[in-house]
Design a protein around this ligand. Structure first.
Ligand SMILES: [Zn+2]
Length: 251
């Protein structure tokens, strides 16, 4: 009896530590005004807009905003997903750029969005003339009323991908400049969200879109689902939504 309790104690302590870390982390992720954020999310997806969602690499939009994009399109918005690079640095397979472009097509079809695939260099997207030109072109082609881009601060303080931050910084600079036409700007992967979109009814479509990026998935199917469901519950501690995607609305 004593021996058994001795061997279970470390497991109980470890389990308790994990549970405590989860609760603290989850508490830190809640919006300051959760009810207002949820209402703002409902308003975001229930009107019709020309939507331009920009992702640095294939798969980013699906992971961070896939449910929201599907809700927008099924509610009548015209959604364009623009992917800046082909993600060719993901592995050293010769034709990885083509494989990822095909996966991006499948994911866009699941989310009922148009896909624009650009060819900026994966891993070397930086603020500057090339990125500016790409954004100018996207604005001309889609005339967006609502824009989604990566949060310029990133979702966590450390280990950020510079491509992600470059996109966020460029869209932020654009929104502050004289060329802005007052588009609504929402940053996904937001660290301090002020908008929560309840994606519970389209969670399966989001998972399907994420899983379309087969070449990038590690681990079994159930683990991919579990991880994504976990991420979509990080911000829902104080709102009556099972799964949500967080955004920071700039204007
Ligand atoms: Zn990325």
């Amino acid at each position: 009896m004593e021996r058994r309790s001795g061997s279970t104690l470390p497991w109980l302590v470890a389990g308790g530590a994990v549970a405590a870390a989860w609760l603290v982390w989850r508490r830190m992720q809640q919006p300051y005004y959760p009810g207002v954020a949820l209402q703002a999310g409902l308003e975001m997806v229930s009107r019709r807009y020309r939507v331009l969602a920009i992702g640095p690499h294939p798969g980013d939009l699906e992971l961070f905003a896939g449910g929201t994009l599907r809700l927008l399109s099924q509610n009548g918005s015209a959604v364009t997903m623009a992917v800046l690079s082909r993600g060719e640095r993901a592995t050293n397979r010769a034709n990885i750029g083509e494989i990822r472009a095909r996966e991006a097509e499948q994911a866009a079809a699941i989310l009922r969005a148009e896909l624009i695939q650009l060819d900026l260099p994966d891993g070397r997207i930086r603020p500057g003339p090339d990125l500016e030109r790409a954004l100018d072109d996207l604005w001309i082609r889609t005339r967006p009323e609502l824009v989604l881009a990566f949060d310029p601060k990133g979702p966590v303080p450390l280990g950020q991908n510079p491509d992600h931050l470059a996109l966020g910084a460029a869209v932020l600079a654009r929104a502050r400049s004289s060329i802005s036409r007052g588009e609504r700007i929402y940053f996904y992967a937001a660290r301090h969200p002020n908008v929560l979109v309840d994606i519970t009814e389209v969670m399966q479509e989001k998972l399907n879109a994420v899983k379309a990026h087969r070449s990038q998935l590690r681990g079994p199917d159930w683990a991919v689902s579990l991880f994504n469901r976990y991420v979509c519950r990080l911000h829902t501690g104080r709102v009556p939504a099972m799964y949500a995607e967080p955004f920071y609305r700039l204007v």
